[in-house]
Design a protein around this ligand. Sequence first.
Ligand SMILES: Nc1nc2c(ncn2[C@@H]2O[C@H](COP(=O)(O)OP(=O)(O)OP(=O)(O)O)[C@@H](O)[C@H]2O)c(=O)[nH]1
Ligand SMILES: [Mg+2]
Length: 427
Amino acid sequence: MVFVDRALVRVKAGKGGDGAVSFRREKYVPRGGPDGGSGGKGGSIIVRAVSHKRTLYDVSLLHFVEAEPGGPGSRGKRQGKDGKDCVIEVPVGTQVFDAEREVLIADLVKDGMEVIVARGGRGGRGNAAFASPSNRTPRIAEKGEQGEEKVLRLELKTIAEVGLAGFPNAGKSTLLSVISNAKPLIADYPFSTRYPVLGVVERKGDRFFVVDIPGIIKDASKGAGLGLEFLRHIERVQVILCLVDLAPFYEDEPLTRFRVLLEEFTQYSPALLKKRIFVVGTKLDVPEAKQAFPSFKAALQKEGWKVFGISSLTGEGIEELLDTLQESVVELRKQEVEREPAPVPVAEPEAKTSRVYRFESEFLRRLVEEVAVSVQGESKVFEKQLNQRLSESGFMKYFERMALGSTVEVGPYRFYWDGKGLKILGE
Ligand SMILES: Nc1nc2c(ncn2[C@@H]2O[C@H](COP(=O)(O)OP(=O)(O)OP(=O)(O)O)[C@@H](O)[C@H]2O)c(=O)[nH]1
Ligand SMILES: [Mg+2]
């Protein structure tokens, strides 16, 4: 598998089909009326997140994607065929940007989430639609509308709760192989891991994701080693484990290596330091490592760090580490729900064209459900109460950036934005 986490692709939605000019021709009807049908709608371009993909490699080879045009209208008021939508599948965690305007269109953080990035053009009306008492034989029909066109920048930022960071050879991949289903490459030479590897830890009826990234060395932020390129993949984790090899094969002291690691984090993005960070001394089965551990731990504890000692070989300390990790993950997940609203996909600032926005927000879904249950099918009352609650919760401002007529999807509910509030969307 070739790992690629960025891609640029130009997309063009299908043109709408042209409307037809035609007149009814039947025996014994000398001058039949206009019967030219409308053109079909052009296909749209959709970007969808799927869990079985791990890389943007194939997408990066696409360069240009175009959806099918709508078919032309024809006689007998027959409408043209709609063009097929074109779906670009990307890994979960892909952010979709409009490259020309540098705005985030969507952040596809869950399996199955999708966004329409370019809408197909509307079909043109046929001459049947133009008949009026003053013009019974219109010879005009509309052309189909052009499909939207965009340049997309796709950027994959792995979604995982826990990230493993450390110098090359620290034992990151070995730990991942012991605690999760992943089978990463393990080797005694530096930079054996060349791209992020995701593993699932299943335990005590729960599961969480851990991502292993290539080793980091001094001056990585200036391009040394594999550079800080891959730190992007721990930007979204909740907990970072800093693995420090305590076996005596390095020039620097373990403490020094830990500080270098923190310094490289700072260079990349100070936000990383705001995450929960645990220090993990590794390879305690090696006698020298075992010996070095107490003073290493004491020194860091004095500064307020939480420190663990493990051996992936014997399993020492692993259960204790996992217990704490799981507690943290559960706790931080709860906080996340409380911290909402933080809707995704992100609405564009002052979007001009209407589109479908799917909000994967637990908070919003609950709010809609509560109102729905309380008013029991009275749609006018439902809309009124819903919009009131949305204003109170501060959610309304997200919708205000959308173009008029945009569709808003929340769980199984669909609405449209009428400029002031959400209205229920009938099929
Ligand atoms: N004795 C001992 N050796 C270990 C332990 N964990 C890892 N190793 C060895 O250390 C070497 C490096 O392990 P990896 O897991 O590949 O290290 P890494 O941090 O993923 O390295 P990079 O991918 O290069 O950054 C391998 O030879 C492992 O067998 C451990 O707990 N005890
Ligand atoms: Mg590795």
